[in-house]
Design a protein around this ligand. Structure first.
Ligand code: AMP
Ligand code: MG
Length: 486
């Protein structure tokens, strides 16, 4: 069954075939009554998948790995990882599967991956399941990040399985169909290094170079170049998170990609009132992954990546360490440059006047922090101030005299209001709206999720009727806590 439609979908099994040491062949659990909740038609088209097929009963079974083409070779991937600083030598896909790779319209490969597809040999004490709320949350957050031009895994679909899953209550089970440039993580390299199989480690590094950092192949020290390539994409990525106020929440080394895409949307959140110490995850008791710590943690994780690669970088380990340390020193510089360039763009400032721009950025964030002003709407309102109407931004700060003096100096640099509106979003996935959408979908109503997705899919252009999507949470929403995506 489904044979005709399948014939149009070609899964490659590169990872499954080439990395048998890191891949356990496995099958997705059979869902009793699969129902499609959301489908990303635009992404389907980019992948050459027919949305009408995906909406059909066979297509829905395909999306959750219950009806895959005969040549497909689904696998659970092995990886290790530092979780909150503690090393676990064997994590792996406990409830996820890589179905295989497909070719995107851009000519490059994408992983098609399932989350919530049943227990695997890596499941430990987990039940292998996922539920509607957290899977829809990943869908909304990842698609919002994509619309904000931030590298991220994508979401193709969420399918309710028809089974009930025991969490704090019995909740509807679901599978997320995730699309990524790859699922290679820092933890994949930690795992490969730990096997002491240097041939495996080298092949994995070569695969990562070919897939994500092809220019490294031409360098005299290609593995050092790989390290530098990953440092560069992560420095840019974390700078972009900081610029939009995104708090990932669980930056363990198994949740950091080699491609530079954001991955694993668990207890993440967009910050509202500006607070460098913002932490939302209920399990992050010490604030290890607080907003302001994200660049430091990224650098720490990259040091773990460097350790895993060191044997390939130089046969003399002292020299390998020297080279790796030098490369790691590039992180701060690249992060700071990306962040500052992004902040300047948010303030509508062009090139030049860097000293004054730097002072203006610091002073503005001070004013915003002091007032705990809503970060997103404040910056959007600043665009209005560039057009001459300072009141909306002015209403959000406490120290009016300081802000007026700031405005005068800023206006002297002739900020470009139109350019500001291209980089300061008006619609982000506000926490209270995400929660509202998840609660409704858990009850069977995906309407609020669809409307929220529509708003955040076009984040920079203001549309009438979407006013509530631009507003911060009402006070009654209270302090926001997030839970690890289960
Ligand atoms: P995460 O917090 O999603 O990055 O997951 C960390 C590790 O826990 C990974 O190895 C997951 O596969 C595993 N895991 C998380 N939830 C479950 C579950 N319900 N069943 C089995 N494994 C899980
Ligand atoms: Mg993970």
């Amino acid at each position: 069954m489904g044979g005709i439609a399948h014939s149009t979908i070609t899964f490659q099994g590169h990872f499954a075939r080439d990395f048998q040491e890191l891949a356990i062949p496995w099958r997705a659990e059979e869902a009793p009554d699969p129902q499609l909740l959301v489908l990303n038609e635009a992404l389907a088209a980019e992948l050459g998948l027919d949305p009408d097929f995906l909406r059909s009963p066979d297509g829905v079974r395909f999306l959750i790995g219950n009806d895959v083409p005969p040549e497909a070779t689904p696998v659970a991937q092995a990886y290790a990882g530092h979780q909150f600083g503690w090393y676990s030598p064997r994590l792996g896909d406990g409830r996820a599967l890589l179905l295989g790779e497909v070719t995107h319209a851009d000519g490059r490969l994408r992983d098609i991956h399932l989350k919530g597809s049943g227990r695997t040999p890596f499941a430990r004490n987990g039940d292998g399941q996922a539920v509607v709320g957290p899977m829809l949350r990943e869908y909304i957050l990842s698609e919002s990040m994509h619309a904000l031009n931030i590298p991220t895994t994508r979401s193709l679909a969420v399918v309710a399985t028809g089974s009930s899953v025991q969490r704090e209550a019995l909740l509807p089970g679901a599978v997320l169909t995730r699309v990524a440039s790859s699922h290679l993580r820092v933890g994949s390299f930690q795992y490969a290094r730990n096997t002491n199989n240097l041939d495996l480690l080298r092949r994995l590094a070569d695969h990562a170079i070919e897939r994500h950092h092809p220019s490294a192949a031409g360098e005299s020290n290609r593995y050092l170049a790989l390290l530098k390539g990953v440092i560069a994409v992560q420095a840019r990525l974390v700078a972009q998170w900081m610029l939009v106020g995104f708090v990932h929440g669980v930056m363990n080394t198994d949740n950091m990609t080699i491609s530079g895409e954001t991955i694993d949307y668990g207890p993440c959140a967009f910050m509202e009132g500006f607070d460098p110490g913002a932490v939302y995850s209920s399990i992050d008791e010490t604030g290890r992954y607080a907003y302001r710590n994200q660049p430091l943690v990224a650098e720490w994780n990259l040091a773990r990546f460097a350790e895993s690669l060191a044997v390939l970088i130089h046969e003399d380990q002292d020299q390998a360490v020297d080279l790796a340390v030098q490369a790691l020193q590039g992180f701060r510089e690249q992060y700071s440059a990306a962040w500052f360039a992004g902040m300047k763009a948010k303030l509508g400032l062009g090139s030049g006047h860097d000293d004054e721009a730097s002072a203006l950025v610091d002073e503005l964030l001070q004013l915003v922090q002091e007032a705990r002003a809503d970060y997103t709407s404040f910056l959007r309102n600043l665009g209005k101030a560039a057009r001459g109407d300072a009141e909306p931004a002015r209403r959000m700060v406490l120290d009016l005299a300081a802000f007026d003096a700031w405005l005068e100096r800023w206006r002297a640099l002739e900020p470009d209001a139109a350019a500001m509106d291209q980089v300061n979003p008006i619609y982000i996935p506000r926490n209270h709206l995400v929660e509202e959408a998840l609660a409704a979908a858990t009850q069977g109503d995906t309407g609020p999720a669809e409307r929220l997705l529509e708003a955040v899919a076009t984040p920079y252009s203001e549309r009438p009727g979407l006013e509530r999507y631009a507003e911060p949470a009402p006070d009654s929403f209270g302090p926001y806590r997030t839970f690890c995506g289960t």
